[in-house]
Design a protein around this ligand. Structure first.
Ligand code: SF4
Length: 434
């Protein structure tokens, strides 16, 4: 049996693409091995959101070549798409695939040897169809991230993704539902609908919208929870909110991308909403779905961000009372407009702003979690927290990570758990109903 090894960088969409490629190799009788082992094929699924991703990808290519000088080395993903010539020039690379044609990976790998060098990257801007990649399972997981959409047409000024992933393409509804059925048969209880820009799902199709997909997934027996990965605020019209509110399987949690809480910064970022619109959406959500968890992403140190603009963002985040924020220090990405903007912010200022924002995020998270102390919530346990101490961890519907004492056979089940105390930003609970 031939062996293949994967190394994946980057986001959930990349992880989904890797899972799908693993299944293609397995269907063709390959054994998947750890990436420090000797394999016949090494696949590096790269990310290019930061320059660090590029560097890590190059390191892993070199390490793989050392593990087995006769292996076929394949580089796929966003970095390969953006800089295919640069990747081709790395010693040891045999095949470069980018963000399309991954469904043919085994066929292409088997047509080459360790001396070939083939660049298979096309102009992604010309790709109009969603590339069908399927998963039936996700190794060791109980929540499945399911890709429904590819590409982005937004062109935020700091982001390289539209150039790496190309224009929006929606997956056909029947293929999504077939995959949800297979995941349900394989014991998955929670589906997280994901994509590069899921708010644009359906814009290139006539027959379906994101809401239609959510409703169709809702009908699938065995699926008990539906979540969305990051969404743009503009998706959340009052009608959309009313509709999701009526769906009991839809988790009371939304990750609504904000990036900045200052209108001037948002304009420079080429984001398509104002803080006033964002505020209205959050108010509507909280009115309709009290206690909903709202999480977000923030970039600090964007070019031209003055002390006043940062202060404005800080105050807006405090006002929005997010239950979690992911803070990113702006890092210029070659090939994007913002990388050429004047008034780039110094690294030490970015670090101070980032620390301040992370501290605020932790305070807000603790204050959100505090509201649930002594409440009984359903937790989908996903894994051991500490095997030696027999503690397991999982998520509530409103995205609180909970640790509790529990047996191995609780993993993969939804169990009523009483929220007991918060220690070091972690909620500890007690399983009360098996
Ligand atoms: S919406 Fe903006 S940040 Fe998100 S992928 Fe598209 S361009 Fe990048």
């Amino acid at each position: 049996m031939k062996k293949v090894s994967f190394y994946t960088l980057g986001c959930k969409v990349n992880q989904y693409d890797t899972e799908a490629m693993i299944e293609i190799f397995e269907k063709n009788n390959y054994e998947v091995v750890e990436n420090n082992e000797k394999a016949d094929v090494y696949v590096i699924n790269t990310c290019t959101v930061t320059n660090l991703g590029d560097r890590k990808s190059r390191q892993f290519i070199r390490r793989s070549r050392k593990n087995n000088p006769k292996a076929v080395i394949v580089v796929v993903g966003c970095y390969a798409q953006i800089a295919s010539e640069e990747v081709m020039a790395i010693e040891g690379v045999n095949l470069v695939l980018g963000t399309n044609e991954r469904s043919r990976i085994v066929e292409l790998v088997e047509s080459i040897n360790e001396y070939d060098k083939i660049n298979y990257v096309d102009n992604i801007m010309d790709v109009k169809e969603f590339e069908e990649l399927e998963i039936d399972k996700v190794k060791g997981k109980t929540r499945a991230f399911l890709k429904i959409q590819e590409g982005c047409n937004q062109f935020c000024s700091y982001c390289i993704i539209p150039y790496a992933r190309g224009p929006i393409r929606s997956r056909k509804p029947e293929n999504i539902i077939a995959e949800v059925n297979r995941l349900s048969e394989n014991g998955f209880k929670e589906i997280v609908l994901t994509g590069i820009h899921i708010a644009s799902y359906g814009k290139d199709l006539k027959e379906a919208s994101l809401l239609d997909i959510i409703k169709d997934v809702h009908k699938v027996e065995g699926i008990e929870r539906i979540r969305l990965s990051s969404v743009e605020p503009t998706l959340l019209t009052y009608d959309f909110i009313k509709e999701i509110k009526a769906l009991p399987k839809f988790c009371p949690h939304l990750h609504i991308s904000l990036q900045s809480g200052c209108d001037e910064t948002l304009k420079r970022m080429n984001r398509k909403y104002s803080t006033e619109e964002y505020r209205k959406i959050v108010e509507n959500l909280r009115r309709e779905i009290p206690d909903i968890a709202i999480t977000t992403d923030i970039i600090v140190g964007f070019p031209g961000e003055t002390d006043g603009e940062f202060e404005c963002t800080y105050n807006f985040i405090k006002e929005m009372a997010f239950s979690q924020i992911h803070v990113f220090k702006y890092s210029p990405r070659k090939g994007t407009p913002a990388a050429k903007f004047e008034n780039q912010i110094r690294g030490d200022i970015k670090s101070i702003r980032s620390e301040k924002m992370i501290k605020l995020g932790n305070e807000l998270m603790n204050s959100y979690m505090n509201k649930f102390i002594d409440k009984k919530l359903n937790v989908l346990f996903e894994d051991y927290y500490d095997k030696k101490k027999s503690t397991i961890e999982g998520l509530t519907t409103n995205y609180i990570r909970v640790v509790a004492e529990g047996k191995e056979d609780f993993i993969g089940r939804i169990i009523k758990t009483k929220m007991r105390e918060i220690k070091n930003d972690i909620m500890f609970g007690e399983i009360i109903d098996e």
